[in-house]
Design a protein around this ligand. Structure first.
Ligand SMILES: NC(=O)c1ccc[n+]([C@@H]2O[C@H](COP(=O)([O-])OP(=O)(O)OC[C@H]3O[C@@H](n4cnc5c(N)ncnc54)[C@H](OP(=O)(O)O)[C@@H]3O)[C@@H](O)[C@H]2O)c1
Length: 274
């Protein structure tokens, strides 16, 4: 199957107006998929118009706050009867960068809601239909923060660790049904959001080259290339690269496979409805 057959006809990109979300949407559209683009505000309509112009695919926009309790329901309503073959959970950066106790709990809960609740509800809804069709993809945009806790980032690290482990488990469950799951782990990446967060702290960000930032385009290229080869890809690294120590993607895949064998050996039945 080519990309469109495998992941089409529609993609949902949650957090699509700028940065990596916009790059994912543009590149997927260039492969012939129609797009449902979700963002809170930002240049959503401009991005939609750009994609229609570039790729001549259908583009639907939905202004939804992914931190809202009804965000997933809103996305599902916006999708309506369209067949979603690819779900990309992109938004989820930490805007606060503060100590846990020194920041409003409601903001932390919002951050957790985007990365956990809304992502889970969408993965569950769209994943079920993909499983029935025996094809599709779920791509979760993650951060190196998923590999351990850090001062100023306690909730962000915890939410991204949740995403990582969820992606690994779901990958193991859905791979036999032809549904691909990938957690793409980013380092510092040149997005408007990244630059804004630095500016909010009074920090000036130079050129991407000087600062050693990945580009949003490269992240999207790698994410789409590696989607069939989950559960984890660390941007800019080979799968067996040990830069993240025990978190090299190849090692994590082996650990998930081993755990699956142990579970099946201890009474958890392998799939019978293949
Ligand atoms: N940039 C980096 O250096 C970096 C590093 C590691 C990981 N990551 C990960 O990469 C992903 C993208 O990061 P980013 O830097 O581009 O910033 P981001 O704020 O997570 O994502 C930006 C996109 O998501 C939308 N968005 C943000 N909050 C939203 C909300 N509550 N509801 C709906 N849409 C929302 C933004 O549009 P609106 O604001 O208009 O809604 C924009 O289109 C995140 O998951 C982040 O954790 C980024």
């Amino acid at each position: 199957m080519d990309f469109k057959e495998r992941y089409g006809p529609w993609v949902v990109v949650a957090g699509a107006s700028e940065g990596t979300g916009r790059s994912f949407a543009r590149q997927v559209a260039a492969k012939g998929l129609s797009c449902v683009l979700v963002a809170k505000h930002g240049p959503l309509e401009e991005t939609a118009e750009e994609i229609r112009r570039e790729s001549e695919v259908d583009v639907v926009t939905a202004k939804i706050d992914l931190a809202g309790d009804d965000a997933a329901a809103g996305i599902i309503a916006a999708v309506g009867g369209r067949e979603v073959g690819l779900y990309i959970s992109n938004a989820g950066a930490d805007w606060a960068g503060e100590r846990f106790l020194e920041h409003d709990i409601e903001d932390w809960l919002s951050l957790s809601h985007i990365n956990v609740d809304t992502m889970l509800r969408c993965a569950h809804h769209f994943g079920r239909a993909m499983k029935d069709r025996r094809r599709g993809g779920i791509l979760l945009v993650n951060s190196g923060a998923c590999y351990g806790g850090s001062k100023y980032l306690a909730i962000y690290c915890a939410a991204k660790a949740f995403q990582l482990n969820f992606a690994e488990g779901l990958w193991s469950e859905l791979r036999v049904y032809g549904v691909d799951v990938l957690s793409i782990v980013l380092g510092r990446t040149d997005t408007p959001g990244y630059r804004q967060r630095r500016a909010d702290r009074g920090l000036i960000v130079g050129s991407a080259e000087d600062e050693g930032l990945a580009s949003a385009e490269d992240v999207a290229i790698q994410g789409l290339e590696r989607l069939p080869f989950g559960p984890v890809h660390n941007v800019g690294l080979e799968d067996d690269d040990a830069m993240f120590g025990s978190s090299a993607a190849g090692r994590r895949e082996k650990a998930v496979m081993l755990e699956t064998i142990v579970m099946e050996g201890s009474g958890y039945k392998p799939e019978t409805d293949l």
